[in-house]
Design a protein around this ligand. Structure first.
Ligand code: ZN
Length: 303
């Protein structure tokens, strides 16, 4: 049994915690947060207007305005990226599906390079076909093996072009259809297996997915600065009315965000804090500037 003292959270307001209120450049907006309110150009411009200097765009949003246009906007607005969303979905029912996933992931790496992202975030996939409600089988162990093989293959390509990969463990409620890597411990096991150096393969720590895990603080410490490639925040609402599209604004739910950030920073992470909220019935229905302004205020006050 783990030492209960060792695995407990560092005190949230310990002296080492960065002061986010005085460092607005540490805030990034994951562009899904306002995806319902405009295209990527609108979002980039609105972020710049709010003094938000970092973003993490999604591939479909980039595709909508074109990769060249998207990367030109990043440059002209002086934006930084905190990640690129996303690669993964490595599992498939047959060889053709695996090959398609392989090709698509290489394109995702190329796009991440073109956009100047610090890492490509990986949502690894679950049982093949499950996302379309037609699971090809029930062998989650086989799916996990395909994921490891897929990451291993992509890692060779990604490292050759200089793009780090960040496995994002997803909350276990998504194990069937979105990601069969469900804890930081599991993700870090894969990282250590495939890239002992930590240079090219690490994790994206998303508060929404990991907050519940009794081992979260010890696993963040295990990850260390080299493997923590991204840190995502939002909040877990009580009650949660939709498993995918009812994420809360920071401060509106039950996640101890400062305790998580304290652990991440104690592990040596000095990077950007990315706000990522999918909220079909609340934040996606509000004006973009209101949402972004609220993100800025909550980032300063409760993250
Ligand atoms: Zn995330």
């Amino acid at each position: 049994m783990a030492d209960p003292i060792e695995s407990s959270a560092p005190k949230a307001r310990s002296s080492g915690l960065r002061d986010l209120a005085s460092q607005p450049q540490l805030l990034s907006i994951n562009t899904a947060t306002v995806r319902a309110q405009g295209n990527l150009e609108d979002i980039f411009n609105a972020c710049a207007e709010q003094g938000i200097s970092a973003v993490s765009p999604w591939r479909d949003q980039v595709k909508d305005i074109g990769l060249k246009r998207a990367s030109a906007l990043v440059a002209s607005l002086g934006l930084q990226l905190s990640g690129y969303c996303r690669g993964g979905m490595f599992t498939a029912a047959d060889a053709a599906g695996l090959e398609a996933a392989r090709d698509d992931n290489r394109r995702a790496v190329d796009e991440a390079c073109e956009m100047g992202a610090p890492c490509l975030v990986l949502v690894v996939g679950g049982l093949p076909g499950a996302l379309e409600a037609k699971p090809a089988h029930r062998d989650i162990a086989a799916a996990r093996l395909q994921v490891i093989e897929g990451i291993q293959d992509l890692l060779g390509y990604a490292s050759s072009v200089g793009m780090p990969l960040a496995i994002e463990p997803l909350h276990p409620m998504y194990a069937a259809d979105r990601a069969c890597i469900n804890t930081l411990e599991q993700a870090l096991d894969v990282c250590e297996l495939l890239d002992p150096s930590g240079q090219w393969l690490g994790v994206a720590v998303d508060a929404y997915h990991v907050w519940w895990d009794p081992k979260v603080h010890q696993q963040i410490a295990r990850a260390g600065a080299a493997r923590i490639k991204a840190f995502h925040v939002c909040d877990w609402l009580v009650p949660t009315t939709d498993l995918l599209l009812d994420r809360g604004m920071m401060g509106d739910g039950v996640i101890e965000l400062q305790a998580l950030r304290a652990s991440v920073e104690a592990a040596g992470y000095q990077g950007i804090v990315e706000v990522e909220i999918f909220s079909q019935n609340n934040w996606w229905k509000r004006p973009m500037q209101e949402v972004l302004h609220t993100c800025v205020e909550r980032f300063k006050a409760v993250v």
